[in-house]
Design a protein around this ligand. Structure first.
Ligand SMILES: *[C@@H]1O[C@H](CO)[C@@H](O)[C@H](O)[C@H]1NC(C)=O
Ligand SMILES: *[C@@H]1O[C@H](CO)[C@@H](O)[C@H](O)[C@H]1NC(C)=O
Ligand SMILES: *[C@@H]1O[C@H](CO)[C@@H](O)[C@H](O)[C@H]1NC(C)=O
Ligand SMILES: *[C@@H]1O[C@H](CO)[C@@H](O)[C@H](O)[C@H]1NC(C)=O
Length: 887
């Protein structure tokens, strides 16, 4: 026996031995042998909106029935009970309906050593009724023969603990039951997931001779969105067995010598079932609506002009469950019929993640060498939607892998790039076993690609794969490649890995890059290495080194500005880091002075809260890295927060190279220029600029604005770069969760949450060599919707909740760069007013009874967040004033 850890346990054992002493005569039966006991069984289930006062109208049902329990066989501690269910009814809102359909033949429960072991029932055809019988059997589970930690019952294997209150009162707490979290789909990103809180307490009341007077299970399941804990459901259920009386006559006994023999004698009509339930699939059956009908009904919301609106996101999430059960021919027919909606439909079928949807879309659009540019774009759009999938069918991943071996695909560079990126993300999201053949094949394929003519493409794919095995090869790329763009790409990929993937030897290598211990590195490579070092939580000493660096002779002022801004941002976000930062700063007078802390670079790093509860907690992380007065690498990232977890919803990056040689001169020969020139690294001769987009952590193929001086000139003189161009327009899946819970009464609960974001991103880049200025304008219109559906109940009564949550966060970011005399950069970030709308409909149904009954309770809630312009930083304000005064 385990050592007794505390007095509570001693107390328990004392009471226990008292018990065992009492019943030493062998009467450890809850239902005395040969007797008939009559019980009332009652199950009440209540459904509430999470986060709302319970004063709102109630939705709930009650099921009541009488049980006649006969002990028809018993030897030592084994027993067979025969149970008749009669006088059943369901009630809701004062309506009372009798159930006449439950057959009057009994079911049986076998008990081994006093504990329920099997249910012997007529058949498993009515899953609800069988589960109810398992629930009744489970209420008879009361173990007084020593400390138990696990029990198997109607809710599967649970952790249990007993609390003996007196010789006739015992409580049992159940935790972490296996059937409380039967996942169909779940989102690996915590912030896009759901939060569940479940608990159950069963209390027992016995008579002085140990027979059962009352058993009552009280449980609660709170199901909410992780990112918005006030949205969701609360389900409470009470399941009570109350002793009413003892039957008059002695019960006729079965003659067999063994329990097995007694059970055997029933098997002509009955079957044996485990206590553990199977879910009742009827609860999650989709109502009689086909994909075709639902699509027809939502046509008005699915047009191209609707991209970026929440109405489209809502229509999209309503279609997903139907798209997931649609067959290939059905989907092909829809693609054929609605050609004007193809961009929206390929988004939808990407979210379906079934092979039927995949093969339909691919076969419909892809025509090998004959595929038109328009069709190729659609295919890429489909692949980008598929890339945020969290549970793709394996056959899809295999198909993408096989496609890459085809000559026709290899010739279509953009398509093959998109396939590689999607394949890499899906391989990660599928969470294959480390030794999975497919994972090994994909990894080998990508690593092989590092030696190809396009290593950056494969580095980006490794970023999407995030396989710890590839950390070393990526670090090798970062440190040994001469081309700056490759080491930057490799570090960008490494930055995407979870912090826990790195060990101390990796950290030293990142430090080697940042401090340039063995060779010089591109400034972006260094800032990326710094980002990783800081995410690894530097020790006091390591932070000290960073501060010393600020006062070093390194002439890369923009990097010093980056370090300082990043440290200040982290200090703003984390009080503990702030304290550490201050302590180390005070120790260093060399660093802690205006010359060092007033770095003159134009680089900015900042985080701003975009919205707070009662809206979603969203923030923005902006990094604008400047080199020789030109934006070299800029990114704006939107983060969704849920407690400590955060998820990147969207990231927009801009990169340029070689532009310094075109505009840099204008400022530097001006004596009043307060921006010191950085050390020139050289090597970055190709003039190029482009945009990189990542959607929910999946990095898409980059869009190149121009490559080479001739192309740039074409844009500048042709003015093409100055038009507002749609940069990204798509609707993608966000929340994607589905799971089941089996209650103590055997009732099944089904919960599904689907969310989508529709994004319309426009960009404008104006560049005038004549006026020596440049403007960038980025406009993001996003509409999001979350749809939740919960159903709980059994054949005769059901509670349903449907909730929707919609909002349309818009944002605009403008950057003005003026290099007429000196270099000035002004950034402005604005958000118009936004509205968050929440609706909930809770319903009660009494069904499969003589007069079915239904009731609905509706509620809506909306929340407005005022529009605002975000204050960036002091230097930015000054620059804006100068630029706008000049006009
Ligand atoms: C995919 O679709 C094509 C064209 O309809 C069909 O020939 C092929 O058999 C399908 N593939 C699978 C694995 O079902
Ligand atoms: C990387 O830089 C080299 C020159 O340093 C250039 O030739 C190459 O095209 C660049 N690659 C990409 C993908 O930009
Ligand atoms: C760090 O991990 C790499 C594998 O990624 C391993 O080769 C190396 O030995 C590890 N170093 C330390 C110090 O644990
Ligand atoms: C949102 O932020 C507020 C204020 O910081 C915090 O109290 C709340 O818990 C956050 N909500 C979530 C879901 O993270």
């Amino acid at each position: 026996m385990n050592k007794l850890k505390n007095s509570k346990e001693v107390h328990f054992l004392l009471l226990l031995s008292f018990f065992l002493g009492c019943f030493a005569e062998g009467s450890s039966f809850l239902v005395p042998p040969q007797s008939q006991q009559i019980f009332k069984l009652r199950n009440q289930v209540i459904l509430e909106d999470a986060g709302r006062e319970s004063s709102s109208q109630e939705t709930g049902y009650i099921f009541e029935t009488d049980l006649h329990v006969n002990s028809v066989w018993s030897r030592q501690e084994d027993q067979l009970l025969e149970i008749f269910i009669s006088e059943s009814r369901v009630l809701a809102s004062g309506k009372d309906r009798s159930i006449t359909a439950i057959p009057d033949r009994p079911f049986y429960v076998s008990l081994v050593k006093g504990q329920p072991d099997k249910v012997i029932a007529h058949s498993g055809r009515d899953q609800s009724l069988l589960n109810l019988e398992r629930g009744i059997a489970s209420l008879l589970q009361l173990r007084l023969d020593g400390p138990v930690e696990e029990e198997l019952d109607v809710s599967g294997l649970c952790r249990v603990s007993y609390n003996v209150k007196s010789s006739t009162k015992i409580e049992k707490t159940k935790r972490d039951c296996a059937l409380w979290d039967l996942r169909v789909n779940y989102h690996p990103e915590e912030a896009l997931g759901v939060t569940q809180r479940s608990k159950e307490l069963t209390s027992y009341e016995l008579s002085s001779d140990g027979s059962l007077l009352k058993a009552e299970s009280v449980e609660e399941h709170q199901l909410t969105l992780a990112a918005k804990p006030d949205v969701g459901s609360l389900v409470k259920s009470t399941f009570t067995l109350q002793h009413v009386s003892q039957g008059p006559e002695n019960v006729k006994q079965l003659e067999q010598d063994t329990l097995d023999g007694a059970i055997e004698s029933l098997l002509e009509w009955y079957r044996v079932f485990q206590l553990e339930s199977d879910i009742d699939g009827l609860i999650s059956a989709i109502k009689e609506q086909t994909l075709e009908e639902q699509l027809k009904a939502s046509l008005d919301d699915l047009q191209s002009v609707d991209v970026g609106k929440s109405s489209l996101a809502l229509a999209y999430v309503k279609l997903i469950p139907l798209a997931r059960i649609a067959r290939q021919e059905q989907i092909e027919a829809l693609l054929k019929e609605h050609t004007e909606l193809l961009p929206q439909l390929v988004d939808l079928f990407g979210a379906a993640q079934t092979f039927d949807a995949h093969n339909a879309t691919f076969s419909f659009i892809y025509k090998e060498a004959e595929t038109t540019d328009e069709e190729l774009e659609l295919l890429e759009k489909y692949l980008q939607s598929l890339a945020v999938a969290t549970h793709p069918e394996r056959k899809i991943v295999e198909h993408l892998h096989d496609l890459l071996q085809l000559e026709a695909i290899k010739k279509q560079a953009k398509l093959s790039d998109s396939i590689i990126q999607t394949l890499s993300v899906l391989t990660r999201q599928s969470e294959f076993d480390v030794n999975d053949v497919l994972l090994e094949k994909v990894r080998a394929f990508l690593l092989q690609g590092l030696t190809s003519k396009e290593p950056t493409l494969y580095i980006r794919a490794l970023q999407n794969l995030r396989d710890p095995v590839t950390i070393e090869p990526l670090l090798d790329q970062a440190q040994s490649r001469e081309e700056p763009n490759l080491s930057v790409a490799a570090l960008q990929a490494l930055k995407a890995f979870p912090v826990g993937s790195f060990n101390s030897s990796h950290r030293q290598q990142f430090e080697g890059i940042f401090y340039q211990r063995r060779r010089r590195f591109d400034s972006s490579a260094r800032t990326l290495a710094l980002d990783i070092i800081l995410s690894l939580r530097p020790s006091q000493e390591q932070l000290g080194h960073l501060l010393d660096y600020l006062a070093s002779t390194d002439r890369q002022f923009e990097i010093k500005t980056y370090v300082l801004q990043k440290l200040r941002m982290l200090a703003e976000q984390c009080p503990r880091f702030k304290a550490l930062f201050k302590t180390e700063l005070v120790k260093r007078s060399r660093v802690n002075n205006y010359n060092v802390l007033g770095q003159k670079g134009l680089t900015t790093v900042l985080a701003r809260q975009l919205s707070l509860s009662p809206a979603f907690n969203e923030s923005l992380l902006s990094t604008q890295e400047v080199y020789q007065g030109i934006l070299k690498r800029g990114s704006v990232e939107f983060l969704l927060h849920a407690g400590r977890a955060q998820a990147s919803s969207f990231k927009l990056g801009i990169y340029t190279a070689g532009l310094g040689s075109m505009v840099g001169d204008g400022g530097t020969d001006d004596g009043t220029d307060n921006i010191p020139a950085d050390d020139d690294l050289g090597g970055e001769d190709t003039i190029t600029a482009g945009m990189e987009i990542s959607v929910q952590g999946s990095q898409l193929r980059p869009l190149v604005f121009f490559n080479g001086q001739t192309e740039l000139m074409g844009h500048v003189w042709g003015g093409t770069a100055s038009d507002t161009t749609p940069a990204y327009q798509a609707t993608t899946l966000a929340q994607d969760n589905e799971h089941y819970i089996v209650l103590a009464s055997g009732a099944t609960l089904h919960w599904q949450v689907l969310g989508a974001r529709s994004v319309d991103l426009n960009g404008k880049v104006g560049f005038s060599l004549w006026n020596r200025n440049a403007q960038t304008e980025i406009q993001q219109n996003a509409g999001s919707a979350v749809l939740g559906h919960l159903a709980v109940g059994f054949t005769y009564a059901k509670l349903v909740q449907d909730f929707t949550l919609t909002h349309e966060p818009k944002l605009s970011l403008e950057a003005h760069l003026d290099f007429y005399s000196g270099i000035k950069l002004c950034m402005q970030l604005q958000r118009p007013e936004q509205l968050l709308k929440q609706t909930s409909i809770r319903s009660v149904f009494l069904q499969a009874v003589a007069r079915p009954y239904a009731k609905h309770v509706r509620s809506t809630l909306s929340h407005k967040t005022a529009g605002c312009t975000f204050a960036l930083n002091q230097k930015n304000n000054e620059m804006c004033n100068i630029i706008f005064n000049d006009y």
